[in-house]
Ligand binder design. Structure first.
Ligand code: B1M
Length: 233
């Protein structure tokens, strides 16, 4: 097929369409991503499969070429915008599961860090699982975290960091909560590409979550332990 031949997304089979979505995400083609998400939904794909197989996988490829100096910030920003447009279609569908309310979460990306796709994905999946989520955005300093937990009284505090330079800030938040005597009032979950289990333990978080699905499972697990403790006590 020559470059001039227009690709009709709806004529592609599922595998070809997902492949095309990876290319379109790479090229930051927002409208094509929106169209393809809608096509997959019409074909009966679950929002979760579209998220993980088409969007997250596409962004993983972008990440590799960003790391290798093939893509630069402006292109990655376009890819991020295309991804967010796809996520915006899926968000209400994920939230619509009618799951019973399981608990409340406050989540934000830490100070100095503006990456929000992973955090948004975690928020969406948590909402879909039945959590009330208060997303306090990016570049969140300790005072903003404290104000949000004071206001929303969550069961869970989630923090996201995508940079090796910003992930230590999570410890600032946890240490401040410790100093105020409120650390143990909350389950603290952390995540983001540069983190790992060891880091989570070292900073005093309750758990490190590798991805959004793990965040949901971990949050549910902590909530059922909390309810069991309350029932026993
Ligand atoms: Co940035 N960036 N970026 N970037 N960026 C990374 C993170 C990087 C790894 C790319 C690379 O070099 N390979 C690199 C960091 C290197 C390092 O620290 N060692 C990097 C850099 C260097 C930078 C800048 C410094 C570049 C520059 O300006 N020279 C700059 C920093 C800006 C800042 O924050 N101050 C920058 C800017 C940007 C953009 C603005 C262009 C854009 C962000 C747009 C946006 O978010 N709105 C961007 C992007 C898109 C990326 C990559 C390519 C993709 C991140 C992403 O969205 N992934 C990223 C490469 C990579 O991560 N490999 C990169 C998809 C998302 C679904 O995955 O965020 O990992 P992720 O979230 C997952 C899990 O980690 C987990 O669940 C999510 C879903 O499964 N999770 C949690 C995340 N948060 C959680 C919280 C939880 C639980 C689980 O709480 C309970």
């Amino acid at each position: 097929m020559s470059d001039d031949d227009e690709i009709i997304l709806s004529e592609l089979d599922d595998d070809e369409l997902v492949q095309q979505m990876h290319d379109d995400l790479y090229d930051g083609l927002k409208e094509e991503i929106e169209e393809a998400v809608n096509i997959l939904l019409e074909r009966g794909w679950t929002p979760y499969n579209i998220l993980t197989k088409a969007l997250v996988e596409g962004m993983r490829i972008v990440g590799i070429d960003f790391r290798d100096g093939i893509l630069f910030v402006p292109e990655v920003l376009l890819a991020a915008n295309a991804m967010k447009a796809g996520m915006a279609i899926l968000r209400p569908l994920l939230a619509e599961t009618g799951a019973p309310k399981l608990g409340t979460m406050v989540i934000g990306t830490v100070k100095g860090d503006i990456h929000d796709i992973g955090k948004n994905l975690v928020s969406m999946m948590m909402e879909g699982a039945g959590f009330d989520v208060h997303d306090i955005g990016i570049n969140t300093d300790v005072d903003e975290y404290l104000a949000a937990i004071e206001e929303h009284k969550p069961d869970i505090l989630g923090m996201s960091a995508l940079l090796t330079t910003t992930m230590p800030y999570m410890k600032v938040v946890i240490d401040t909560m410790q100093a105020k005597g409120i650390r143990d009032d909350y389950v603290i979950l952390v995540g983001g590409a540069p983190l790992n289990e060891e880091f989570g333990k070292a900073i005093g978080a309750d758990a490190y979550c590798r991805d959004a699905a793990v965040a949901v499972e971990t949050a549910k697990d902590f909530m059922s332990r909390k309810h069991n403790q309350m029932a026993a006590g």
